[in-house]
Ligand binder design. Structure first.
Ligand code: MG
Length: 226
């Protein structure tokens, strides 16, 4: 099971946008006019597009400094997360139920850079449900689909088992998650707890669409039957 984080498991309370703006200000020396759209996208893509928008070339070294600064700022402000954001209804129960099954491995497939993903999961007390070494993250690629194969490769290396579309399920809240699953090689359960309504998630091709994660038996059944 590969979980998206933002708006699937947690709401970070708008901290990401603020941190992007503060890092941009610190590194580029001016207040950003806008931050690129974030939902379902990788930190690498959001960083590159935001820099581009302001006429700054996202060179590899600037991009990696930017990603490092984002992660350090998140870590420095981690204590704000539980106060400003929250775990979405049913997320903890779903993670806990699946963690109890010996036949399930849970990791993250997220646009968040790994340190940021870890920071959010730790802030909300969810880290123990994950094997984060078997996941893929926002610094690993510009686009989301290649992250699926990467996570499967990491999981295979770790567990000595093959992970393919037949035994990989991705859970996410945007059409980017659905596309990543289908292009990358996974089934997908979509949850309408982000800005994309259930009907649009269905149209994007998700095999299963849930309003949220609050019905634990229904969530587990949807995930295990895909
Ligand atoms: Mg998301």
């Amino acid at each position: 099971m590969l979980w998206d984080i933002d708006h699937t498991l947690v709401n970070a309370g708008g901290l990401s946008g603020e941190i992007y703006a503060s890092v941009f200000h610190r590194l580029i020396g001016r207040v950003p006019a806008k931050i690129a759209p974030m939902a379902g996208r990788t930190d690498r893509a959001i960083t590159a597009e935001t820099l581009d928008h302001h006429g700054v070339t996202p060179t590899p070294s600037l991009t990696s400094s930017f990603l490092d600064a984002l992660a350090s700022t998140f870590e420095a402000r981690r204590a704000e997360l539980p106060a400003r954001g929250h775990v979405l209804p049913g997320a903890r129960a779903a993670l806990k139920t699946l963690a109890a099954r010996p036949d399930v491995i849970q990791s993250a497939l997220t646009g968040n850079a790994r340190r940021i993903a870890e920071c959010k999961l730790t802030a909300f007390g969810l880290t123990d449900f994950f094997d984060l070494d078997a996941g893929a993250y926002g610094e690993d690629a510009l686009e989301r689909p290649p992250l699926v194969k990467l996570a499967q490769h990491r999981a295979s290396r770790q567990y000595g088992e093959q992970f393919t579309a037949s035994n990989t399920v991705l859970i996410g809240d945007t059409p980017h998650d659905v596309r990543a699953a289908h292009e990358g090689g996974a089934h997908v359960v979509a949850v309408a707890t982000g800005t994309t309504p259930a009907a649009a998630l269905r149209l994007s091709g998700a095999e299963s669409v849930l309003p949220d994660l609050s019905d634990t038996p229904g969530v587990i059944a949807a995930i295990l039957r895909t």
